[in-house]
Write a protein that binds this ligand. Structure first.
Ligand code: AMP
Ligand code: MG
Length: 411
């Protein structure tokens, strides 16, 4: 049995990150991976502007202002957002300014309307002739300086960055309506098993619905893959071969199968891999999910996940999430991991164990992990109740309450 880390290392070493690029509209770029760095062409902000609704002033003019002795200024213009201000600010004068409006010539500071005697702060309020400033402010107060966020020529996003909503917004800010990204990994998913019935079909006695292919497809989509569903193959070497041929011919970058990798008399996936492809490993020192195969079929990397629904899920999290990040050309991905104190004593059998857990903040303010639902590898309900997997290292039979463990949040 391979240690988990070694199995993951071999899997990742067997996958070459994609390099083919495509241009996609920004609206379709969420979750995609940038194929080229993005450099700002302009400063941001592109012009100094106000961060508040108020009055643009010269700081030196209001240096003596206080609530008891306000400084009166005459209002010489209005600066709404979206245009360059007409009026300039000179000694003893001010221009009313709105948030986001360019700072008028001559002004270096903005006094928020709250620090003035202006009472009418409603939309459409007319321009006052005079305003009393009630506080002195340092020069530059409430002004967003040109280039304070980033400067022209600055590399703001590296190649290999997966685009989250904040990167999408940043690209829009930069005026990029199209984005150069790597193509998505093409992943084919096959369920195997004589007992399986497609979710659309009624069940006969002794049969079960195929849930794994749906779990796996959903997980793969959440990692940015494009999924081809190969349906269900019976426990039959020829039938499995036919579906795998279809996946290879369809240009899959990676094939995932469920079930048939153990030592049962009907476990044909591993056999097909041995006779028609290459089998690298098929047993990993983990729980759940010991029978997990990796190899190649017609040159296409194939991961044979165990059939038990919780094992399939855990197998994906442990191996395929990092594998898909790697394959998609993303750089620098690391799994978000928390440290939590066990709220109860937890037993295992010495394999590296992934337990379904719920996280909560304990009375002492520490993060705590409680086991969630039934831990049996066939039981999916516990996973639906869990918000994390907690990891017990290999070699551990029992960990007392209070022990610190790694917790992988399930998003
Ligand atoms: P196997 O790997 O074929 O020994 O299957 C292990 C367990 O997983 C058995 O209880 C199967 O019925 C179950 N199983 C296999 N494939 C699926 C699937 N696609 N969806 C749900 N359960 C499955
Ligand atoms: Mg089976």
């Amino acid at each position: 049995m391979l240690p988990v880390q070694e199995a993951r290392r071999r899997l990742l070493a067997g996958l070459t990150p994609l390099t083919e690029r495509e241009r996609v509209p920004l609206a379709a770029a969420l979750g995609r991976v940038l194929a080229a760095p993005v450099t700002a062409e302009v400063d941001s902000p592109a012009f100094a502007n106000s961060s508040m609704d108020g009055f643009a002033v010269r700081a030196e003019d209001i240096a003596a202002a206080s609530p008891d002795a306000p400084t009166a200024l005459s209002v010489v213009g209005d600066a709404p957002a979206g245009q360059m201000p007409q009026a300039a600010v000179g000694p003893g004068t001010t221009v009313r300014i709105m948030t986001g409006a360019p700072l008028p010539q001559g002004a270096d500071t903005v006094v928020p309307v709250e620090l003035t005697d202006v009472r009418d702060r409603s939309a459409g309020a007319s321009l006052p002739q005079r305003v009393a400033i009630q506080r002195a402010l340092a020069a530059g107060a409430y002004v967003r300086g040109r280039g304070e966020d980033f400067a022209a020529g600055q590399a703001v996003l590296p190649a290999g960055r997966r685009l989250r909503p904040q990167e999408i917004g940043l690209l829009a800010m930069l005026g990029r309506a199209q984005v150069e990204v790597f193509r998505q990994p093409r992943l084919a998913v096959l369920a195997t098993g004589d007992e399986l019935v497609a979710v659309e079909q009624p069940l006969a006695a002794g049969m079960i619905h195929d849930s794994n292919s749906h779990t796996l497809a959903a997980l793969a989509i959440s990692c940015g893959a494009e999924v081809t569903r190969l349906g269900i193959a019976p426990d039959d070497a020829d039938a499995i071969r036919a579906r795998l041929d279809e996946a290879a011919a369809g240009g899959a970058d990676l094939i995932l199968t469920s079930a048939g990798v153990s030592v049962g008399s009907y476990d044909y996936v591993r056999k097909v891999l041995e006779t028609d492809g290459e089998l690298d490993f098929w047993r990993v020192n983990m729980r759940p999910g010991k029978p997990l195969a990796f190899g190649r079929y017609r040159g296409v990397p194939l991961v044979g996940l165990p059939g038990n629904p919780a094992s399939t899920f855990v197998g994906f999290e442990v191996f395929l999430r990092p594998a898909l990040h790697h394959l998609s050309g993303e750089r620098g991905w690391t799994r978000p991991t928390l440290r939590a104190a066990l709220a109860e004593t937890v037993e295992s059998d010495g394999r590296e164990s992934y337990l379904r857990a719920q996280l909560r903040v304990g009375e002492d303010g520490r993060l705590e992990a409680l086991l969630a639902g039934h831990q049996g590898s066939g039981n999916l309900y516990g996973l639906a109740q869990a918000d994390a997997l907690i990891v017990l290292p290999a070699g551990v039979q029992s960990l007392p309450a209070g022990s610190m463990v790694d917790a992988w949040p399930l998003l």
